[in-house]
Design a protein around this ligand. Structure first.
Ligand code: ARG
Ligand code: MN
Ligand code: MN
Ligand code: MN
Length: 301
């Protein structure tokens, strides 16, 4: 078994500086060695540079900020992730902001058309060009993958390859009004923090898996935004929201998905090492590493 670390030092999907340093810090913290320790053959040939992508002339399209940059970087990431998947290697994408998931999930679906997506986040990231308030593309990748909302020619490469019933959310607690309507109208299953409180994380993960992967025969793409965790657990991230997953709830999700044996791709997103003091940054980077380890087979016993 081989994992390929896809480091994506990218911040164009949102406004705050620093999230582009997330992958560098995760690797510096020893993530490649930690995964090797778990028995994985680890491929890592440096972080992606995206330097050939021209960012000079990128005015907003409607409300969307940095649209050409986000589109081209995600397209490049889709090719890299798809290429690893094609070789049977598990891509572990380190963000960077969550707009990158447009690329990672496109890459997964290219190789595994029947894959399902488990999106762990405080946010649904399902705004469209019509519903977005911020214009930040990290709040929008899921709508592109589903093919909902106005078509933006610049994003024409993104195939609407994700079906609403193959997507499930865990950890939601900050959803825009337009996003609530989209979730409802498309019948998308979501387990907010309310359901985590009500049923407990064990039951929630069981219900989530039963929804997207009832027979256990579908490949799983896990896209984990660290802001799903409570800010006391992962403080250094761009859009923290109180009332999030505990340390154990977050890791439990990863452990349970590993146990299915169906995981084919993993994203660890939105670690921003410049939004807290040294100790809180160290804690956030460490939790990013330990989530990845849990999803890739680390057990408590
Ligand atoms: N819903 C808000 C927006 O669209 C926040 C999105 C936050 N997304 C994230 N990947 N952290 O701007
Ligand atoms: Mn910088
Ligand atoms: Mn989020
Ligand atoms: Mn997100």
């Amino acid at each position: 078994k081989t994992v390929a670390i896809v480091g994506c030092p990218f911040r164009g999907g949102q406004a705050k500086l620093g999230v582009d340093h997330g992958p560098i810090r995760l690797v510096q913290a020893g993530l490649p060695e930690q995964l090797a320790e778990l028995g994985w053959k680890v491929q890592f040939d440096g972080h992606h540079q995206f330097e050939e992508i021209d960012t000079q002339n990128d005015p907003p399209i409607g409300k969307l900020k940095n649209p050409r940059l986000v589109s081209r970087v995600s397209q490049a990431v889709a090719q890299v992730v798809g290429g690893h998947a094609k070789k049977g290697v598990l891509p572990l994408t380190l963000g960077g902001d969550h707009s990158l998931a447009m690329g990672t999930i496109s890459g997964t679906l290219e190789q595994y058309p029947d894959a399902c997506v488990i999106w762990v986040d405080a946010h649904a990231d399902i705004n469209t060009a019509e519903t977005t308030d911020s214009g930040n593309l990290h709040g929008m990748p899921v709508s592109f993958l589903l093919g909902i909302g106005p078509k933006i020619p610049e994003f024409g490469w993104v195939k609407p390859a994700l079906r609403p019933e193959r997507l499930v959310y865990i950890g939601l607690r900050d959803i825009d009004a337009g996003e609530k309507r989209i979730l409802r109208e498309n019948g998308i299953r979501a387990f907010s923090m309310h359901e985590v409180d009500k049923y407990g994380i064990g039951k929630v993960v069981e219900m989530a898996l039963d929804h997207v992967n009832p027979k256990g025969d579908r490949p799983i793409h896990l896209s984990f935004d660290v802001d799903a965790l409570d800010p006391s657990v992962a403080p250094s991230t761009g859009t923290p929201v109180r009332g999030g997953l505990t340390f154990r709830e977050g890791h439990y999700i990863c452990e349970a998905i590993y146990e299915t044996g169906c995981l084919v791709a993993l994203d660890i997103m939105e670690v921003n090492p410049s939004l807290a003091d040294v100790e809180a940054v160290r804690q956030t980077v460490a939790v990013g590493c330990s989530l990845a380890r849990s999803a890739l087979g680390e057990t408590l016993l």
